[in-house]
Write a protein of this length. Structure first.
Length: 318
């Protein structure tokens, strides 16, 4: 009996690997080439007298009504130029990132064939950490000043934000922005709906970034992932016993869904927890649903949170 079970396990693993290899082979064969335009480089290397030509080429970066003096001052400002120098040190050669973006959009094309191949434009912006990478249908805009490495001297941000200012977060950030256009907003304000919405986004990262770690997808350190894995059953029990799943208290999202230095269980362990533990649990529920149901990806993304939860057969790992 034991030998039979081991054989069955081996066969199932081989079938799973074969299925995965078929998908990845199909992805690899999708013809796709991403065009990258370095607006950051063009802006800071443009001579003042050539500013009108740059504005014609990139009109959407020059709002109407702003005097040219604003842009000329920025071009010559020592602090902005120092920031540009640092970006050039890190991303003078954008070829590696270009290849990764092409790989990502091949996966997107496989699962969402109607998706246009976007043009990627790199910029140096105002360090808006909430919009590090923006997917906008035919464009992807990447703010390179926010991917210089978490220890960079320019960053005056809390540690939980800085830990994601790494180049390997460009692809997960693009998927986050892409997901906002593919996942309908929650139909109600319950905690469960917000958990499942976050879980759908993270499941998209499973599908579109198969080589990335759970830490990279979640924006965690590896230690934070281990913490969630080891405490999954305790967190779930807390949510159930405190009847949080169908609670509509607006304070729950900042406590458990939104980026934060830690989650607020209001227990002694809080300082040891990572932020967004509710999103992490939502991810496990969506994973469980997809493992236990034969449903197309795009159909799942549109499904009601309660239906996903009830059909997920989710059981936290002990």
């Amino acid at each position: 009996m034991k030998k039979y079970l081991l054989l069955l396990l081996a066969v199932s693993v081989l079938i799973s690997c074969d299925k995965k290899s078929k998908v990845e082979k199909a992805v690899e064969e999708i013809p796709l080439e991403i065009k990258v335009e370095r607006f950051d480089k063009a802006f800071f290397e443009t001579k003042p007298q050539d500013l009108p030509q740059l504005k014609k080429q990139y009109p959407f970066f020059f709002p109407v009504g702003n005097d040219d003096k604003i842009w000329l001052d920025k071009m010559q400002n020592p602090q902005w130029r120092e920031l540009y120098t640092e970006v050039e040190k890190k991303f003078g050669d954008f070829d590696t990132e270009k290849e990764k973006i092409e790989e990502l959009f091949k996966h997107i094309k496989y699962y969402f064939p109607e998706t246009k191949t976007p043009k990627v434009i790199t910029v140096i912006s105002e360090m808006d950490y909430q919009n590090k990478a923006i997917y906008a249908d035919s464009l992807v805009i990447v703010s390179l000043e926010l991917y210089l490495g978490k220890k960079h001297r320019f960053y005056q941000f809390p540690e939980y934000l800085k830990q994601n200012f790494e180049p390997n977060q460009i692809m997960p950030d693009i998927v986050t922005s892409f997901a906002a256009r593919k996942i309908p907003p929650p139909t109600d304000n319950t905690m469960l709906s917000q958990m499942i919405y976050a879980g759908k986004e993270l499941y998209l990262k499973d599908i579109l970034l198969p080589e990335y770690t759970d830490a990279d997808k979640m924006g965690y350190t590896s230690e934070q992932v281990v913490w969630c894995q080891e405490n999954e059953s305790y967190m779930w029990r807390f949510f159930v016993e405190n009847k949080l799943l169908y609670d509509t208290d607006q304070k729950l999202a900042p406590r458990f869904i939104n980026p934060a230095p830690f989650s607020k269980f209001y227990l002694e362990i809080d300082n040891d927890t990572p932020g967004r533990t509710g999103a992490w649990l939502g991810w496990q529920i969506v994973r469980s649903y997809m493992d236990n149901n034969q449903v197309a990806l795009q159909q799942m993304l549109k499904m009601d949170a309660r239906e996903i939860f009830e059909k997920s057969k989710y059981k936290p790992k002990k």
